[in-house]
Design a protein around this ligand. Structure first.
Ligand code: ATP
Ligand code: MG
Ligand code: FE
Length: 427
């Protein structure tokens, strides 16, 4: 089965071809340079760029794979969530191409595609606990199958990637700045008390990163030298590999402070994600040795020991039933909660741009190790938006007999994606 994937949900025009799960070719045009001038994605410019490039990119991916459009069995397209104008370009193209070539149309949930990308390198084990941590979302899912994912927690305000990008913007670093903050942090030292672990002293699985973003903004405002150091790093006027241990040249003290601040910020985000994921894991599979209760966290916070929390005795988290019942309200994100929801999860999955972060990968690696579960992560390049994840998800869904007719709708950010597949016999 040859599946073409089309991704135009934000500022990457990306297409890929997957044959029976094997990636054959992919192309991508990032608009990051266009939007960097404005410090964030400008929706109309994004749509125009997709419209300008999509035809030539489709020709190119077919050429690289050595196939023709007539060979395509499935046209998979990211249907949302995303910028509506951008989605419509990919959707319009897919809706023309599929009937013209006799291929099946499959509308793919962009967030599910991110998570399913973890199954490209290693085989996915279901059920799994999935963290989707990207530019627009910070979601925890219970993943039952490529089609069925149940939302357990979500961000109440900024996504983790948004927090990275806004802090980078305050420092004057180019958009999107998450990767730069990751790289700078690697040259600094973590101060675990510099930043809070936001919204963890509760008993839910939701996130709130706006306070952490504000805390980092206040540190930047109080230290203009950090902005100067960031400018020097950005224009290449400091030597980032100045000393033998890879730390910046000590003659550049402000760069050291910048790196320390970035290290502490990376650590705070990774630790916050780890705390909530550990809580989710405790609810699905039972508590891990060393998971502190919410009460224990609060007590230790009062006594000043905020960040390190591995040494406290565990006690069971509250039972899952009321919360799972509440989840059914997120109908479009997965529908009814299945009877199987008490089967322990068999893997930990993380995906989305922030899952490329080295601190996040380490923190989740430690957590998975303590839980005795495999950690499935896409390669860093497949964490951010790409066409391969859409082609791969389309292939998985088409293999289950699923697809759409031409009434398929694009869904903008903020609205849930309906589970409105049509069953087909075979490709
Ligand atoms: P969504 O998938 O929620 O619609 P998106 O598609 O814009 O949002 P992605 O492409 O998955 O998001 O991820 C982009 C985000 O990932 C940006 O916020 C970027 O700064 C962040 N990011 C990328 N690499 C890293 C990294 N190494 N460390 C931290 N953040 C990173
Ligand atoms: Mg992008
Ligand atoms: Fe994305």
């Amino acid at each position: 089965m040859l599946c073409l994937g089309i991704e135009t949900s934000c500022d990457e025009t990306a297409l890929a071809l997957v044959r029976d799960g094997v990636v054959i070719a992919d192309v991508m045009s990032s608009q990051a340079d266009v939007h960097a001038l404005f410090g964030g994605v400008v929706p109309e410019l994004a749509s125009r760029e997709h419209y300008r490039l999509i035809g030539a990119l489709c020709d190119e991916v077919l050429r690289r794979a050595g196939v023709t459009a007539a060979d395509i069995d499935v046209v998979a397209v990211a249907r949302g969530p995303g910028l509506l104008g951008s989605l419509l370009v990919g959707m319009g193209f897919a809706k023309g191409l599929a009937p013209a070539t006799g291929a099946r149309l499959v509308g793919v949930n962009h967030l599910h595609a991110h998570l399913l990308a973890a199954g490209i390198v290693a085989e996915m084990a279901y059920p799994a606990l999935g963290l989707l941590v990207s530019g627009g979302h910070t979601h925890i899912y219970r993943m039952e199958s490529p089609r069925r994912m149940f939302l357990l927690g979500r961000t109440l305000d900024d996504a983790a990637g948004e927090a990275f990008d806004k802090v980078a913007k305050q420092l004057g670093l180019a958009y999107p700045g998450g990767r730069t903050i990751d790289e700078l942090g690697r040259k600094g030292r973590v101060n675990p008390t510099m930043f809070p672990r936001p919204y963890v002293d509760n008993d839910n699985l939701d996130f709130s990163f706006s306070g952490l973003k504000t805390a980092a903004g206040l540190v930047v405002q109080a230290n203009p030298a950090l902005i100067e150091a960031a400018r020097a790093v950005a224009d290449g006027s400091v030597d980032m590999v100045g000393s033998a241990n890879g730390a910046p040249d000590q003659a550049q003290p402000d760069v050291s402070s910048l790196c320390d601040m970035c290290a502490s910020f990376n650590h705070a985000v990774a630790d916050t994600l780890r705390i909530k994921l550990e809580r989710a894991l405790a609810r699905e599979n039972g508590p891990l040795p060393g998971t502190p209760t919410v009460a224990a966290r609060k007590k230790r916070k009062k006594s000043g020991a905020v960040a390190a929390d591995a040494s406290q005795a565990a006690s069971p988290c509250p039972p899952t039933v009321p919360e799972h019942a509440a989840l059914a309200a997120h109908a479009g994100q997965g529908g009814q909660v299945p009877d199987t929801h008490r089967v322990p999860v068999r893997a930990l999955v993380a995906a989305g741009g922030v899952a490329a972060n080295s601190y996040v990968r380490e923190a989740l690696g430690d957590l998975a190790g303590r839980a005795g579960l495999p950690l499935l992560l896409p390669t860093p390049a497949l964490c951010t938006d790409n066409g391969i994840m859409v082609a791969h998800a389309g292939w998985r869904l088409a293999s289950l007999g699923l697809g759409h007719d031409l009434a398929l709708e694009a869904i903008p950010r903020g609205r849930s994606i309906p589970d409105d597949f049509t069953m087909f016999r075979s490709v």
